[in-house]
Design a protein. Structure first.
Length: 368
């Protein structure tokens, strides 16, 4: 059995990688830095009650065989050699950090590389966080919109419902659609993948079909990049639906690539005064021409928000889901935390081991 360490995350991150009720971890010892879960709503006492051992940061770094994190610790260079680090490591764009840790023979496990296969769903951190982000995007937009979401018939008159358009019908997009529908808005969505139409309708929304003769479904059900002329036609055809919407939630992304720019500045400028745009793809470049990461922008009468990580603003439930994904992966690796090269799950998330960067997608991204 191994010792699993949990460190306090660096601000502004408020999530914690493992929560108290998962302290047993299939017989492994859980070593938690004091205060690690406080910002997420999990006090030290809740960990010790569930059997975890509290320790200083230095002790966690020194004694852990594997450290579970949300984001890579700023002092990751203090992790002893031949240990493991599991978390959202962003290996595609963090080459220098990966190489630095790899030189010290740290086993690097990037949760964002989890294969999209049925038996890995319970370990899929990206889907868990996208579910929360989609929900929070709609709640954020509703709080800023100068009108109500639902149709209301009152003695003083009838209030028409808000119109919500979601671009990208992946996990975040479907979560946003379901939330907006529950709040009473009229919902519609666009996705370049034709297979998404049925999923969109299943959450009460209308699927927006554009005259673009291409279906861009890639490996694992993700969208893939399209040609420049196709992207330009998408932008042009989306101007009408965007301009008539009160709320636009943009979630379109391509794994390992820059997010496609699907929404033009003129289209946003033609939205009604007080309209709200939430760009969930901002951390990978953004789906709109005007998005600025973590900075609100006014375009015409619309407000464009581009939060870097909305899931982190719901740290309690986000930590619960994240922790369950991590704990399931640890259980999958077995008592010896073994990375089987013939197993699609463990090999799929393994970036580096024993001083060698192995993941083909990471190496390909570095070459590009």
């Amino acid at each position: 059995m191994a010792t699993i360490g949990v460190l306090e995350e660096a601000p502004p991150e408020r999530r914690v990688a493992l929560v108290p009720n998962l302290a047993e971890l299939s017989g492994h010892t859980l070593l938690v830095q004091r205060g690690a879960g406080t910002k997420a709503g999990f006090p030290d006492e809740s960990y010790s009650t569930c059997g975890a051992r509290l320790a200083s940061r230095e002790e966690v770094l020194e004694e852990s065989d594997l450290i579970a994190c949300v984001r890579p610790p700023l002092d990751a260079d203090r992790i002893p050699q031949n240990r493991a680090l599991v978390g959202l490591l962003d290996p595609m764009t963090s080459r220098s950090r990966v190489l630095q840790l790899n030189e010290r023979r740290i086993t690097l496990v990037a949760l964002e590389l989890m294969p999209r296969i049925s038996r890995a769903q319970s370990m899929d951190v990206l889907s868990s966080m996208a579910t929360i982000a989609g929900y929070k995007a709609v709640v954020l937009a509703a709080s800023m919109l100068p009108r109500l979401f639902p149709l209301l018939m009152t003695a003083a008159g009838t209030l028409s419902p808000a119109r919500v358009l979601v671009i990208g019908a992946g996990v975040a997009g479907l979560s946003a659609l379901a939330t907006a529908h529950r709040l009473g808005a009229v919902t519609e969505a666009y996705d370049v993948r034709e297979a998404a139409a049925e999923q969109v309708r299943s959450v009460g929304a209308r699927f927006l079909k554009l005259d673009v003769a291409v279906s861009a479904e890639g490996e694992g059900g993700y969208a893939r990049a399209v040609a420049d002329d196709v992207a330009a036609r998408q932008r042009a055809l989306l101007e009408g639906p965007v301009s008539r919407s009160d709320v636009l939630i943009a979630t379109a992304s391509v794994p390992g690539k820059r997010a496609p720019v699907l929404i033009s500045a003129p289209a946003i400028a033609r939205m009604k005064p007080g309209s709200v745009v939430v760009d969930l793809a901002a951390s990978s470049g953004g789906n709109t021409e005007v998005s600025k990461l973590d900075e609100p922008v006014t375009c015409g009468g619309a407000t464009v928000l581009a939060p870097s990580d909305l899931a982190a603003t719901v740290p309690f439930h986000a930590s619960q889901l994240f922790a369950k994904n991590v704990a399931t992966l640890i259980k999958h690796l077995g008592p010896d935390l073994r990375f089987d090269p013939n197993d699609r799950i463990s090999s799929g998330v393994l970036v580096a081991i024993r001083g060698e960067v192995r993941h083909p997608d990471v190496l390909a991204a570095w070459r590009d």
